[in-house]
Write a protein that binds this ligand. Structure first.
Ligand code: 5GP
Length: 119
């Protein structure tokens, strides 16, 4: 079964796409947590960070470079932003097609919102 994000990447499910190249696609999150909330997704399905291999180094580097480019494009490079990759249950991952969140456009508060450092 193709993942939700694979269908979005192929254009089978509509999205507000901002960027696409041979390795990654970026589109706006459907439920934005801030004025800018973009998902940067490998075109190839990698379920979680745990499945990354050394063959994927170019993809992960590209994800970071696209995040930097889109932050500048969104006008949030100087004010600041957060890059997040959730992994599995405790990480809060909901879509098992690895992706990076680019979130900004307002102060984001403490890093581990909604969770407790003391369990
Ligand atoms: P995760 O919790 O897996 O790190 O993040 C999944 C993200 O995908 C969530 O922020 C959620 O709002 C977003 N999302 C879920 N379904 C869709 C969709 O159909 N389209 C878009 N653009 N984003 C989605």
């Amino acid at each position: 079964m193709p993942t939700l994000f694979a269908k979005i990447i192929r254009g089978e499910i509509p999205s507000k796409q901002l960027y696409q190249d041979d390795l990654v696609t970026a589109f706006r999150d459907i439920n934005p947590q801030a004025p800018t909330h973009i998902l940067i997704v490998p075109n190839k399905v990698i379920p979680t960070v745990n499945e990354l291999t050394s063959d994927d180094e170019q993809i992960t580097a590209r994800m970071m470079m696209v995040a930097k480019k889109l932050a500048a494009q969104e006008g949030i490079a100087e004010s600041g932003y957060r890059l997040i990759i959730n992994c599995n249950g405790h990480g809060g991952q909901e879509v098992f097609h690895m992706h990076m969140h680019l979130i900004g456009g307002r102060p984001l508060g403490p890093m581990l919102w909604g969770s407790s450092l003391v369990g």
